[in-house]
Ligand binder design. Structure first.
Ligand code: ARG
Length: 543
């Protein structure tokens, strides 16, 4: 019932008075100040409802937004922040990169942008799964089949070989299975020996996957400041086992070594199996140690699917037992699955959508829309628009839902220009640019001298959305939820489009009002662009 409301229940306890009384007293005190900010301060039961003077708000916000001096003032306002590392993407080599993996990339990258906007020194990190049984399986299968390496699409081919290996193992008779497992362990041993033709082939093929990953990161615009690999921490992880076994933190049990966390319902965490190999968890201990010491990370975020919830609880608790004080500043940003409209994606069933398929589908769909501009707009610009729309649609679709929820990947839906989609937000931006261009053609320009003219319901509401942008950015960062910013931008665009439906801009009643509205539109477009940038989305200037 106002622009902002203050529920007075919380104060009642402390002040030992009834909430409506407190609201009444606050209202009188606020009004007595004759502040240029307060238009009304009404009491409604236990609430104090405040109406802000729109003109004052406009004078504060519109010039700052138009000079890009609003969102950018957050770091100075928030002060010194701890150094944070955001580890994200972390794909496994020799497996195909599919649509599901894009959710992690979109989430992690946007989170990094949000932290940076809030003044944190940020290191964006990757952690490549480049060793272990899945790779041995893949290389074993290639050898077994005598498969020929194709001249193109080698990363995807490796993924197919991995699936082939899985199928072969599934179809094997019990005797065959024993034999195959033996062969696979030999491949694994050869890779780990770090010499010989199998090791060489591992290195060579690993690079094919890495090249594919880099293409994908470039396409989507994801940044990595440092890349860790599982293969580089495995030696260290052996040392950690020895060191903390000697210190009595780890204990031997049934031939294995680990940490007993059964009392905390976290089970027995194995750090060295009876065959002498360390585990995925051990490598995470080594990795965390590096992050703390080599990079002096104060806050460490891991963007990883919810299937690994238990794993990270175990790792963080183990780090604590090992004496790392930073363990309590480790955070697992857990996220749900990406499912297809007809069910779960599974690389075995072959119903995944690979990145290359996705890129092609996106282009084909978007071309249907862009066709009409061919010949009219430069070819390069059309290519750029297509790219921005494609990336924006995917990024937005991947992060507009709360991270814990499963999401349905629906290309048609995500590409729609209506509803809660990336293209809708980008369209709202382009629409403003087109109005501003039209104004310029008619020699009309935005003016900041009569911002107090802005007072229709839609103008007021839009101003409030602009004012709330910074607090929402901060909340998205603090709660690790880019989805909060998505919702805010979506709602802001809805108000904006309503404003255009109900208020004339180029044909406003007076010249003053026209100038003020054009300035408001321009401020909106700067705010939207800045908000989208934090989601990794760059809107086209026209579309
Ligand atoms: N590569 C792993 C996987 O695909 C994810 C790694 C997550 N990060 C970590 N520090 N464990 O399951």
């Amino acid at each position: 019932m106002g622009d902002y409301a203050l529920p007075c229940f919380r104060l009642a306890k402390e002040l030992r008075r009834k909430p409506p009384e407190i609201a009444q007293q606050l209202s009188e005190a606020l009004l007595a100040q004759n502040s240029p900010w307060i238009e009304q301060a009404q009491v409604a039961g236990a609430f104090l409802n405040i109406h802000v003077v729109p003109g004052t708000l406009a004078q504060k916000l519109v010039p700052a937004l138009r000079q890009d001096a609003h969102v950018s003032k957050l770091p100075a306002f928030l002060g010194k922040q701890p150094k944070v590392m955001i580890e994200y993407s972390q794909p496994n080599t020799h497996k195909v990169f599919h649509v599901g993996h894009m959710r992690n990339v979109a989430l992690g990258d946007s989170l990094g942008r949000l932290y940076e906007a809030c003044g944190y020194p940020v290191i964006m990190a990757n952690y490549i799964g480049d060793e272990g049984a899945h790779i041995a399986k893949c290389l074993w299968y290639i050898e077994k089949q005598g498969a020929k390496v194709p001249s193109e699409g080698r990363g995807v081919w490796l993924g197919d070989m991995y699936v082939g290996a899985d199928k072969a193992l599934e179809a094997a008779t019990p005797e065959e299975l024993v034999q195959f497992q033996k062969e696979i362990s030999l491949v694994l041993r050869d890779i780990e020996s770090k010499a010989g033709p199998r090791y060489d082939f591992w290195r060579e093929s690993r690079q094919w996957s890495l090249d594919d990953f880099n293409d994908i990161y470039q396409w989507i615009g994801a940044r990595f400041d440092h890349v860790f690999c599982e293969s580089e921490v495995s030696e260290e992880s052996q040392k950690i086992v020895d060191e903390f076994l000697a210190k009595g933190v780890f204990v031997a049990s049934d031939g294995a070594i680990g940490l007993d966390l059964k009392e905390e319902k976290l089970g027995f965490v194995i750090v060295r199996k009876s065959d002498g190999n360390t585990t995925y968890a051990t490598k995470d201990l080594a990795l965390a140690g590096r992050k703390f010491t080599q990079f002096a990370v104060e806050k460490s975020i891991y963007v990883v699917a919810s299937e690994q919830n238990l794993h990270f609880k175990q790792v963080f608790r183990t780090l604590e037992k090992m004496g790392f004080a930073q363990a309590k500043n480790c955070f697992h940003l857990s996220y749900g699955m990406v499912v297809l409209p007809d069910g779960k994606m599974s690389s075995r069933k072959g119903n995944t959508i690979t990145f290359s398929d996705l890129r092609e589908k996106l282009s084909a769909e978007l071309d249907k829309n862009l066709e009409k501009y061919r010949g009219e707009w430069p070819e390069e610009e059309i290519d750029r628009i297509r790219q921005r729309l494609a990336v924006g649609a995917i990024r937005y679709g991947m992060i507009c839902s709360d991270p814990v929820k499963d999401i349905v990947f629906d290309l048609q839906d995500w590409l729609s220009f209506e509803g809660n989609t990336g293209p809708y937000l980008m369209y709202s931006y382009a629409r403003t640019q087109s109005i501003l261009r039209k104004a310029q053609e008619q020699n009309l320009s935005p003016s900041e001298s009569d911002l107090t003219e802005l007072r229709t319901p839609e103008e007021r509401e839009l101003l409030r959305f602009l004012n709330d942008l910074n607090p929402v950015i901060l909340a998205s960062c603090e709660q690790n939820k880019p989805s909060l910013l998505c919702h805010h931008l979506f709602d802001m665009c809805k108000v904006y489009n309503r404003l255009l439906a109900n208020n004339s801009v180029l044909r406003a009643e007076t010249e003053q009002l026209r100038g003020a509205r054009l300035a408001l539109l321009d401020a909106f477009s700067h705010a939207l662009k800045a908000g989208l940038a934090l989601l990794g989305i760059v809107p086209p200037e026209r579309m």
